[in-house]
Design a protein around this ligand. Structure first.
Ligand SMILES: *Cc1c(COP(=O)(O)O)cnc(C)c1O
Length: 371
């Protein structure tokens, strides 16, 4: 693999394929797989990732916003795309681009029916979100008769699936709560399906749901973070491969003496002869200020080099006093010999926030799967 000559996010499609197959191996053959590719496929590259997942056999995609779904359609994705968080103003575009809305309230359902009828739709696929305790989006149990009434009075739509979302599938201390959510989901879906003369897909599991509650896979699962290489658990992480590696390069090296200071607000004070390296990556790239001042570090030729001083917009400074390195050498920020979870934790956050935070201006380099 070539050395990085600038800050680059390497995207390893072989790792993606490995993670996909690992997650699939946890499920019965007939369970469908919805790949969650919202937020630029968790900060990587949604078009490339979705294309690869389509080749691998993903049945469905999910995005959060309509604009994300349109991007995928424009890049040639043909599998169905669920839009998790549509707004009232999005419905024409949804239909125009063959996207499938997640309908979560009576107001949203009524509006979608109105637009679908205006556009002369028949059996347009929609998804109904049930709230089983997360208290984010979703219908409550007492709304089921109303939902049924509305959908039985129109021919414009068909319920492609019914879904809910778990609040704490990764947390064993919340096992009872999670099983309660799963049971409530079962009850609510029965109540609706009893009345329908067809059976929609049912899904409640996210990545940690697949791993910890495989019996609750129903007919489909929705996985995001696992595809990108994270299991939300240190016993699962070794089975998965992080898809993204953030690399950078040493722009300049300085040799400093006691009394010198480094960076804005002179936040780092040199106590002894110190060698520092300057890297072209900063908070505008997604390495926010919480990683600075010694909280986190990067790897230089396999050695840990702490980030010193305040993180700047386009630059971080690292202490490389005891590391044999030169200007132009590659630096690993996360991935490879520094697990991204470790880096995220050092900055007081989680894998999800770290990887989705890598900004668009960082160039992406796609590493194809080795055949
Ligand atoms: C983001 C999201 C997911 C994916 O969850 P992971 O923990 O990343 O697998 C699944 N379902 C919904 C509703 C989501 O918003």
């Amino acid at each position: 693999m070539s050395e990085a000559k600038e800050t680059v996010l390497e995207i390893d499609l072989g790792a993606l394929a490995h993670n996909y197959r690992y997650l699939r191996s946890k499920l019965d053959k007939d369970v469908k797989f919805m790949a969650v590719v919202k937020a630029f496929a968790y900060g990587s590259d949604s078009e490339v990732i979705a294309k690869k997942l389509e080749e691998l056999g993903t049945d469905y995609f999910a995005v959060a916003y309509v604009y994300e779904g349109i991007r995928l359609r424009k890049s040639g994705i043909t599998k169905p795309i669920l839009v998790l968080h549509p707004q009232l103003t999005n419905f024409e575009e949804i239909i125009d681009h063959c996207l499938e809305p997640n309908l979560y309230s009576e107001k949203i359902l009524r509006k979608f029916i109105e637009i679908a009828e205006q556009k002369n739709q028949k059996n347009y696929p929609v998804h109904l979100k049930f709230n089983t305790g997360l208290n984010r989006l979703g219908f409550s149990q007492k709304e089921i008769p109303t939902i049924y009434k509305l959908i039985s009075e129109t021919e414009s739509l068909r319920v492609a699936s019914v879904l809910s979302h778990l609040a704490a599938s990764e947390d064993w201390r919340e096992r009872e709560f999670t099983l309660g959510q799963i049971n409530l989901f079962r009850k609510m879906t029965w109540e609706l399906i009893e009345k329908l003369d067809y059976e929609p897909l049912l899904h409640i599991c996210n990545t940690s749901g697949i791993i910890n509650y495989p019996k609750a896979a129903f007919s489909m699962v929705r996985s995001g973070i696992g595809l990108y290489g994270f299991g939300n658990d240190e016993t699962i992480d070794p089975h998965l491969k992080p898809v993204g590696k953030l690399k950078s390069v040493i722009s300049q090296i300085h040799h400093l003496e006691k009394g010198d200071t480094v960076g804005y607000n002179r936040a780092f004070k040199v106590e002894k002869p110190t060698k520092i390296a300057i890297l072209p990556v900063g908070h505008a790239d997604g390495i926010n200020r919480r990683y600075g001042n010694g909280k986190a570090g990067v790897m230089v030729h396999g050695n840990y080099a702490p980030i010193i001083g305040n993180v700047c917009m386009d630059i971080i400074m690292i202490d490389v006093t005891d590391i044999n390195c030169e200007e132009g050498d590659e630096v690993m920020i996360f991935g490879g010999d520094q697990h991204p979870v470790k880096f995220a934790e050092a900055g007081g956050t989680i894998s999800y926030e770290l990887i989705t935070g890598i900004q668009r201006r960082v160039s992406r380099k796609i590493i194809e799967e080795k055949s």
